[in-house]
Write a protein that binds this ligand. Structure first.
Ligand SMILES: NC(=O)c1ccc[n+]([C@@H]2O[C@H](COP(=O)([O-])OP(=O)(O)OC[C@H]3O[C@@H](n4cnc5c(N)ncnc54)[C@H](O)[C@@H]3O)[C@@H](O)[C@H]2O)c1
Length: 482
């Protein structure tokens, strides 16, 4: 091995550049301590004990929770607390000292939220890049030496260019290299996904300094990701790959959900259909489970972003094609809520329905865009009462979600409080289903799998109807696609 290296004519160049990187990246700063920043940095800290990783956030309460009790971290993910136990205070730090951490770091990850714009040009579709722009300004303001900036947030194509523009407008004496490294983790399996990523994309500029920056990040991932899974590409391909991957995943869900509606009309069975379709190796079996519809912070906003991009470039047919994925998802959520109302005699006034599950999927405490929110809203709008239970989402978060949706709709404070008077939140599902007319499984938490007619009859007085929105029960009165 030694001999091989010594005989290389590029030895001097190789050693200089590679050792430069190895020496340079001693401090990483990640801006954004959310569902992406927290878990990804925890894994980097675990795999690179020689690198100091500092995760910063403008939300000091969140930072306090990251530094607090392991069972009360702001993000729940199986396996995450164990990694935090091993790394926190050693080479992983959570801090509100944003400027200092930026200044200390050679490599800065941006993992801030990029929600859909709510006002201005592109409202309701385009990504709101306010937080990304603020990060860039912050970096430009405090950076005293060259930095590698890694886009971890999901961003529209050509955002790297915009970041570079902001940085160079504010500071001309420091070199900033922007690389795109979109995150593909799925909440609920984030740690598993980060340990064994299907692929890691690194997009950089084809310049000397761009290639060096890509290499520096590659070296970090190489500690645990096999070479062949680290894919280097141009920045825009990396940015678009993330939007496209989420759009394709969501498209499969909307495709199978649209077929579930046909199954219900024709007597076909969606599980049998999914199995038959998935056995075709060209299609594969993943992401073919019918449900109440997808949620989470990413699918909807990333597709809307893609739709906006298509419209911007005049690709109206392409825009409409992807927009339909979201329309079917909204339809599926309404269809499920309407079915509950229909099965309860077309009227839920003064009837009580238990909503089991508030998180958008199991094994996370994230409720962003959860189907439960829309279904709860529809039932309350129709005069019903709801009991809510989720094992991981806190009561305060459930109330916040409802307040967000009802705040703008309510005609007065009285109207808002009358809605809340018809909501009760429980800390176990057995109490939540007592004295109800129906119970609806919205999140596929494992503990709900034991629910059946006999158990429900033992617990309740009313023999409530069971609605299975996740196809996890052996028996129910209504199952999606049956
Ligand atoms: N959640 C996921 O499963 C997932 C997966 C892949 C990619 N992504 C993408 O990653 C990005 C982050 O997503 P998330 O779910 O972690 O968001 P999040 O809302 O959980 O976390 C973002 C954090 O950034 C902080 N922040 C915003 N602006 C800041 C600033 N200027 N300075 C300091 N802190 C700031 C916020 O306070 C917040 O805590 C988004 O672009 C998202 O699309 C998310």
């Amino acid at each position: 091995m030694d001999l091989e290296i010594k005989s290389s004519p590029h030895l001097g160049y190789w050693i200089k550049n590679n050792l430069d990187y190895a020496m340079k990246i001693k401090n990483i700063c990640c801006i954004g301590a959310g569902y992406v920043g927290g878990p990804t940095m925890a894994v980097i800290a675990l795999k690179c004990p020689d690198i100091k990783v500092t995760v910063v956030d403008k939300d000091s309460f969140k930072i306090e929770r990251w530094n607090g009790e392991y069972q009360n971290l702001p993000v729940y993910e199986p396996g995450l607390a164990d990694i935090i136990k091993k790394t926190r205070g050693k080479n992983l730090f959570f801090s509100s000292e944003i400027d200092k951490s930026i200044d200390d770091a050679e490599m800065i990850f941006m993992a801030v939220n990029t929600p859909t714009k709510t006002e201005g040009k592109g409202a309701g579709m385009a990504a709101d890049l306010r937080h990304v722009e603020n990060c860039a300004k912050n970096i430009a303001r405090v950076a005293k030496n060259d930095k590698i900036i890694v886009e971890k947030s999901t961003l529209p194509v050509r955002t790297a260019e915009k970041i570079k523009e902001i940085l160079s407008n504010y500071k001309s004496d420091v070199n900033f290299e922007i690389i795109s490294n979109p995150e593909f983790l799925a909440e609920g399996t984030a740690i598993k996904d980060l340990f064994k990523s299907d692929r890691v994309l690194i997009g950089g500029e084809k310049t000397d300094s761009g290639e060096k920056a890509v290499e520096a990040l590659e070296k970090i991932y190489k500690r645990w990701i096999p070479n062949e899974k680290i894919i280097k590409m141009n920045v825009w391909s990396a940015e678009l790959s993330k939007l496209a991957s989420n759009a394709m995943l969501a498209q499969r869900i909307s495709s199978i959900n649209s077929l579930s509606a046909i199954c219900e009309k024709t007597g076909a069975d969606i599980d049998e259909l999914s199995n038959a379709i998935g056995l075709d190796h060209r299609i594969g079996s993943k992401f073919l489970k019918a449900s109440v519809g997808f949620g989470g912070s990413c699918f909807k906003k990333d597709i809307l972003n893609l739709v906006y991009l298509c419209k911007y470039y005049g690709l109206n047919e392409v825009a409409e094609y992807w927009h339909q994925v979201i329309k079917i998802n909204e339809y599926q959520k309404s269809r499920f809520a309407n079915r509950i109302i229909d099965e309860l005699g077309g009227n839920v006034k003064n009837k009580k329905i238990a909503i089991l599950g508030w998180a958008f999927k199991k094994n996370t405490n994230d409720s962003r865009e959860s189907a439960s929110i829309k279904i709860a809203d529809k039932l309350i709008e129709s005069g019903g009462h709801i009991n809510i239970y989720d094992p991981m989402v806190k009561e305060s978060k459930i109330k916040e979600d409802l307040n967000n949706i009802w705040g703008s709709k309510s005609k007065s404070e009285k109207d808002l409080s009358s809605r809340f008077l018809r909501v009760e939140i429980f800390d176990n599902y057995k109490d939540a289903i007592k004295e109800t007319h129906a119970l609806a499984i919205i999140t596929e938490w494992d503990e709900f799998k034991e629910i059946n007619f006999q158990l429900v009859n033992q617990i309740t007085n009313n023999n409530p109807k069971i609605f299975d929105g996740r196809l996890i029960l052996e028996e129910s009165n209504y199952r999606i696609g049956k």
